[in-house]
Design a protein around this ligand. Structure first.
Ligand code: PRP
Length: 176
């Protein structure tokens, strides 16, 4: 195995652990949506692209994939504004929507998405995230969650540090 990059501290979640959990989540989503005609999956760029690719390839329900790109400001505050850089190709009205995120950190992005997408009147909306940081006083419900993680900077499997490390197959922490 190759050595960990010097900017990284340790592997938090291994490739094998991620892959096993992705299959579990996919099976759970498949079971929950077995009677739905078409699930409309929205991946949030950039971070979700790898998780979304693995998750959807295990899904056994008919689905469509679309993307939104968002940018957020003020990560250190709870009032950080979020705006849409790239919107969906199609309206979501009347569709069963599953939003797929790589990580829920402050929760600003997911709160924003709840407001914006529910305002477009989907038939239903649920959320799926690979990671959620354990933060004091934060209670952002995620319907399908891979792992709770400590409040540290993590990279890999879609997540970056200055655009680096997104394609690592595991989740690692960055040296402080
Ligand atoms: C990350 C991540 C989530 C968001 C979560 O995106 O992909 O979308 O932050 O953080 P929050 O819960 O504090 O809102 P980022 O803005 O880093 O963009 P990227 O996905 O393009 O890297």
């Amino acid at each position: 195995m190759r050595e960990l990059h010097p900017e990284l501290d340790r592997i938090l979640i291994s490739t094998e652990e991620i892959q096993a959990r992705v299959i579990e989540l996919s099976n759970q989503i498949t079971a929950d949506y077995s009677d739905v005609d078409n699930l409309y999956i929205i991946g949030i760029l950039k971070g979700a692209f790898i998780f979304l690719a693995d998750l959807t390839r295990h899904l056994q329900v008919t689905h469509t994939v679309d993307f939104m790109a968002l940018s957020s400001y003020g990560k250190t505050t709870t009032t950080g504004a979020v705006r849409i850089l790239m919107d969906l190709r199609e309206p979501v009205e009347g569709k069963h929507v599953l939003v797929v995120e790589d990580i829920v950190d402050t929760g600003n992005t997911l709160n924003y998405l709840h407001r914006v997408i529910k305002g477009r009147r989907p038939a239903s909306m649920r959320t799926c995230a690979l990671l959620q940081k354990i933060r004091q006083g934060m209670d952002i419900p995620v319907d399908y969650l891979g792992f709770n993680i400590p409040d540290e900077w993590v990279v890999g499997y879609g997540l970056d540090f200055g655009e680096k490390f997104r394609t690592l197959p595991y989740i690692a922490t960055v040296k402080q």
